[in-house]
Design a protein around this ligand. Structure first.
Ligand code: GLA
Ligand code: ZN
Length: 668
């Protein structure tokens, strides 16, 4: 399989929207910014297949030749994310049916019915033809199938496919009735063809909830599998002609719709699109990178980011001078081996004409954005392959699980503001602020190499997870979990015998009731040492069994009852957070958990700098990134070292300016 040998620097490129004389200008401009890769043919289906039996590769041939001549790494799209008009005209079934039951017509993108045999036929045929034609091009570096897979279809074809999927999973209709607890509201079914998709014409209460979360979660699993089957089918069509080029599709971070851990198993490389808004915390961006790295536990492609601004957010603020560079190195620090933009040249029409690009409408290199892009390009070129495939070792892991994501948010109660990613994010942000590296891992990955495992809102218990965590803690590990954990099985049926069900022994508590707090409500809390804080969202009313209390609520009718606990288990410790804590209180508990796990920050002092590292062979590369808007003191660890990027000597008084990035190499 081909490998990424140098940092890919480039992005989405749409020469088909421009005359050829512009292509030549582009090539010169790319060279001056050290752009070495282009993602093409992402939305060209209508162009390369103007009608059912006619393919026309003339223009794509020219684009490929042009890029190959310049030795640009080609990321080749299969173009199957936006369907041509003729396909809808002849086969309306390729359009999706939405939540309201409406069949969609020609338009938009990312909206083919995944279970349409017609779509499957034409998309795989196209992918195969592209592979047959271009697999020998030496500059072909990566296949980019489709684009940002997502969304849900509720059509009759999907309904039929869903029934088959269910039959395969549950075997008998009795097992299905039991799994979804269909005795509730007398919803028992006697035949597979009685099962209805969970849209608003069926069991849904709104797009997030149905009367049976088991049904909702199974539909999400099914829909994710259906889209994944589309991906796999295109991949197989490509593999008929090309076994050498890695295959990817661009993912979207914590996107809810697809079980990316399952997807990653089918992808040679993970790639993703990073579009923070002007007010997205940097810790959220870092979480996205760590999750994408965690999918395959390997470095990833940053497939898209804007060099300046987006068009589709409510407020499309510009990146400030230096911010693009800092953000790009943040991606690299967390495991990216490519820095790619959407887009290389700004379109003149369509809804993305005001989306930032390397080449702006002025058409020149004399822009602030271009200068920043070129400066970064030069720097990345000088890094060569130094960082490519370097690892990001961590002693802490947070479990992330799409089944839990769906189940927690599709269950009815206790608090509509309880959101899965926000819960993960709160815990992640603590480690981010402390500069403690974290892996985001799936429930079934080996956890024995870690010192500290966190499983916020581990609502759904699946497989061997509990016994594996028990073994981990028994052997001396530290485990942290929270309210709304250990509640249901894989079909959203409650695990009886008191919450947190199978985690009860490990946590040493029994949660008798869960209170929900509205946004204007909160509970006061007090730690054993007298420090006070605030609890919001959900508050457990819990009893100690083998655990000890870390402190109690001081108001509400459950004043005096513990809000958080700690329990020894074998050689290790478990911590349980019975409520959503304010930042300081959360940090207080997690400080203790880190101490018990002997987990330490990368640098000893508190700092607003983001500091992490990657390792390759015996070399360790520290990334020191100032994502704040003020200069920061250089941590003592780096005094006397040299910045790899600008070759500056880092003296004791050195101030790291806003958006400045330093890389310090240490040989072990
Ligand atoms: C997504 C898509 C691109 C483009 C960008 C704009 O990431 O993949 O085609 O629309 O958004 O930000
Ligand atoms: Zn469908």
């Amino acid at each position: 399989m081909k490998k990424i040998k140098r940092i890919f620097y480039g992005g989405d490129y749409n020469p088909e929207q421009w005359e050829k004389k512009i292509w030549l200008e582009d090539m010169e401009i790319f060279k001056s910014a050290k752009i070495n890769s282009a993602t093409i043919n992402v939305f060209s289906w209508a162009k390369i297949q103007p009608s059912k039996d006619v393919y026309d590769f003339e223009q794509l041939d020219e684009i490929m030749n042009q890029l190959a001549k310049e030795n640009i790494e080609i990321v080749l799209g299969t173009s199957t994310a936006a369907l041509p008009a003729w396909l809808y005209k002849e086969y309306p079934e390729v359009g999706r049916v939405d939540f309201e039951g409406r069949r969609h017509r020609f338009g938009q993108r990312h909206n083919a019915c995944p279970n349409s045999l017609v779509y499957q036929h034409f998309s795989t045929r196209l992918a195969g033809k592209l592979a047959e034609r271009y697999s020998d091009v030496p500059q072909l570096a990566v296949w980019h199938i489709n684009n940002e897979y997502g969304g849900i279809c509720y059509c009759e074809n999907c309904e039929k496919a869903f029934r088959i999927w269910l039959k395969k999973k549950y075997q008998t209709i009795e097992a299905l009735n039991t799994a979804w607890n269909l005795n509730f509201w007398g919803h028992s079914v006697y035949d597979w063809d009685e099962i209805v998709v969970p849209n608003c014409l069926g069991d849904a209460m709104n797009e997030e909830e149905t009367a049976f979360a088991g049904l909702s979660v199974d539909y999400m699993r099914f829909n994710s599998d259906s889209l994944l089957a589309n991906f796999k089918a295109e991949r197989e069509a490509i593999r008929q002609f090309d076994q050498e080029t890695p295959v990817t599709t661009n993912l979207m971070g914590t996107y809810k719709g697809l079980d990316y851990f399952k997807w990653a198993k089918e992808m040679d490389l993970v790639s993703w699109d990073n579009y923070p808004a002007y007010n997205t915390p940097w810790s959220s961006v870092a979480l996205g990178h760590d999750l994408m790295r965690g999918l395959k536990d390997q470095s990833f492609m940053l497939m898209e980011q804007t060099p300046s601004q987006q068009n589709w957010q409510p407020y499309n603020s510009l990146k400030k001078p230096g911010e693009l560079r800092a953000q790009s190195y943040q991606a690299i620090a967390h495991g990216a081996d490519t820095i790619q933009y959407f887009q290389l040249r700004r379109s003149i029409g369509g809804c993305e004409k005001l989306h930032g690009a390397v080449i702006e409408h002025a058409g020149t290199t004399n822009t602030r954005v271009f200068r920043e892009v070129a400066e970064l390009g030069n720097e990345l070129e000088s890094l060569g392959d130094l960082l490519v495939e370097a690892t990001c070792p961590a002693k802490v892991a947070i479990l992330f699980d799409w089944d839990n994501y769906w189940a927690l948010e599709y269950t009815s109660g206790p608090n509509q503001n309880l959101k899965y990613v926000e819960q993960i994010q709160q815990v992640y942000a603590y480690f981010y602020q402390q500069n403690i590296p974290v892996d985001l891992i799936p429930i079934d990955r080996d956890i024995s190499k870690y010192e500290l495992i966190l499983a916020p809102v581990l609502y759904m218990i699946k497989g061997e997870i509990v016994s594996r965590i028990e073994d981990f803690v028994r052997a001396g590990g530290t485990f942290v979990t929270t309210f709304m954990s250990g509640i249901v099985d894989q079909s959203d049926n409650v695990l009886l015998g008191g919450y947190p069900g199978p985690l009860r022994k490990l946590t040493g508590i029994w949660v008798e009731e869960l209170d929900a707090l509205a946004p204007e409500q909160s509970n006061q809390i007090q730690f054993a040492d007298g420090e006070t804080g605030t609890a919001t969202l959900v508050s457990d009313l819990l009893h100690l069994e083998t655990a000890e209390s870390l402190g109690s609520y001081t108001d509400n009718f459950y004043a005096g009852q513990p809000f958080a606990t700690k329990c020894s288990f074998g050689k290790g410790q478990t911590y349980y957070l019975g409520t959503q804590l304010d930042t300081n209180s959360l940090a207080k508990v997690l400080n203790e958990a880190c101490a018990s796990a002997k987990v330490e920050p990368v640098v000893a002092e508190e700092t607003a700098l983001e500091i992490t590292y990657r390792e390759k062979g015996r070399q360790k590369f520290y990334f020191i990134i100032n994502l704040s808007d003020q200069s920061q003191k250089l941590p003592t660890k780096f005094i006397g070292q040299k910045d790899l990027l600008k070759q500056t000597s880092l003296v004791a008084e050195y101030l790291v300016k806003a958006y400045e990035v330093l890389i310090v190499k240490e040989s072990q």
